[in-house]
Design a binder for this molecule. Structure first.
Ligand code: SF4
Length: 325
C-alpha cells in the first residue's frame, strides 16, 4: 500500500520578531522530520507547546512549504500553496483547528457554512441535502443547522467544523488540538465521533495534541516531538505500554492511564522547550534525568530500536546496547 501522505526529511525555519535589543533570531521550528500516513490510518503527533507540531500539520496540508525536504500526497509532490493545482487538491485534504468559534463566521447560520466548501470547490448537486446529511453525520439536527455559531455549545460548534471539513469527502484530515478547548466530558464525545467517522470513511488522519490521554484513544501510530524533531515513533500500543525515550517516559508517566500504572512517575524539571534557544547536543539534555556527558555536545539520530519503533537517544542506540552487554 502506498502512503497517502509522505513527509520526507522536511524542515522549516522562521525569523522571530525583534527582541528587546532589536535582534531577530532564525528558529528551526521543524528540523528534518520524515513521517507517513497510510489511507485509513491515524497518526498522532504529541509534543509540548513550541515543539513544532502545528508547523508540521500546516506543511502536511501544503499551507506552508518546507525549506528543505518534500511532501507528497497520494504519490505526487504537494503543489505550492495557493496555486490552481493546490486548490484542486484542497478538497481532498481538510483541517480542524482548536478554536471552532474562530473558524466559523458569526454572521451566518451554520448550515450555510457547512456547504460553503461545495460552492468554493464547484461541486454540483443538492447542497442543502448534502448539508443536512453532514449535520446528521456529526450528530446534529436540521434545527442546529439554522442556528448561528454563538447559539451552539463549544462541542456542537466543533461538530459543525468537522461537518464542514468532511463535506467535500476528503481523504486526509489534519486535526490540530481539536478538543483542547472543550470540557473533558465533551472531549470524549468529539474524539469518539472522529474515530467513528475515520473508520466509516477510511480517512487518513493526523491528530495533533499535547494531551496523551486523547492521542491514546484515537491514534494507531504516535510520533513524539521535542523542539522540532521526532524523538520517538512507534505503534500507539507499544509507545504507551513501554515508552523508551526519557522524554516520552516522562510524558506517559504523567498522563492518566486506563489500567494499573506500569511506569514509574518521572517528574520533568527545567524550562519547557524554547525554539529560540535550542540547547546544543540532545535538545532534551537540560531536562533529562539520565543525561550523559556526551548528550551536551552530540545530537542523537532517530534510529530503529525494534521493528516499527524508532527513538533518538544515545542510551537507546544499537551501539549503546551492544556496549552495555
Ligand atoms: Fe537524555 Fe542523552 Fe538520551 Fe537525550 S540522548 S534523551 S539527554 S540520555
Amino acid at each position: 500500500m502506498s502512503a497517502l501522505l509522505d513527509l520526507h526529511d522536511i524542515a522549516r525555519s522562521y525569523v522571530t520578531r525583534k527582541g528587546l535589543f532589536g535582534q531577530r533570531k532564525l528558529v528551526r521550528a521543524v528540523d528534518g522530520i520524515s513521517l507517513t500516513v497510510n489511507p485509513g490510518e491515524t497518526l498522532g503527533i504529541v509534543g509540548e507547546s513550541g515543539s513544532g507540531k502545528s508547523t508540521l500539520g500546516r506543511m502536511a496540508l501544503g499551507l506552508e512549504t518546507p525549506d528543505e525536504g518534500h511532501v507528497t500526497f497520494d504519490g505526487a509532490p504537494m503543489p505550492s500553496h495557493g496555486t490552481p493545482a493546490w486548490r484542486a487538491l484542497r478538497r481532498q485534504m481538510q483541517m480542524v483547528f482548536q478554536d471552532p468559534l474562530g473558524a466559523l463566521d458569526r454572521r451566518l447560520p451554520v448550515i450555510e457554512q457547512i456547504i460553503e466548501p461545495l460552492i468554493i470547490h464547484g461541486i454540483d448537486g443538492d447542497h442543502r441535502r448534502a448539508g443536512l446529511t453532514a449535520l446528521s453525520a456529526v450528530g446534529l439536527s436540521a434545527d442546529h443547522g439554522l442556528r448561528y455559531p454563538h447559539e451552539l455549545s463549544g462541542g456542537q460548534r466543533q461538530r459543525v467544523v468537522i461537518a464542514r471539513a468532511l463535506i467535500t469527502d476528503p481523504r486526509l484530515l489534519v486535526c490540530d488540538e481539536p478538543v483542547s478547548a472543550l470540557d473533558v466530558s465533551i472531549q470524549a464525545q468529539v474524539v469518539n465521533l472522529l474515530i467513528d467517522l475515520q473508520a466509516a470513511r477510511g480517512l487518513g488522519m493526523v491528530f495533533i495534541s499535547h494531551d496523551l490521554r486523547v492521542v491514546r484513544q484515537i491514534a494507531a501510530r504516535v510520533a513524539v516531538m521535542y523542539l522540532g524533531r521526532v524523538v520517538e515513533e512507534a505503534a500507539a500500543t507499544d509507545l504507551f505500554r513501554a515508552p523508551q525515550h526519557p522524554y516520552t517516559r516522562a510524558l506517559v508517566s504523567a498522563a492518566p492511564s486506563p489500567g494499573p500504572r506500569r511506569i514509574e512517575r518521572v517528574i520533568l524539571t527545567g524550562e519547557p522547550p524554547n525554539p529560540a534557544a535550542r540547547p546544543t547536543g540532545c535538545a532534551f539534555h537540560p531536562r533529562c534525568p539520565v543525561a550523559l556527558p556526551r548528550c551536551r555536545t552530540e545530537a542523537p539520530a532517530l534510529s530503529r530500536i525494534a521493528p516499527g519503533h524508532a527513538a533518538a537517544c544515545h542510551l537507546l542506540s544499537p551501539a549503546a546496547k551492544v556496549a552495555a552487554r
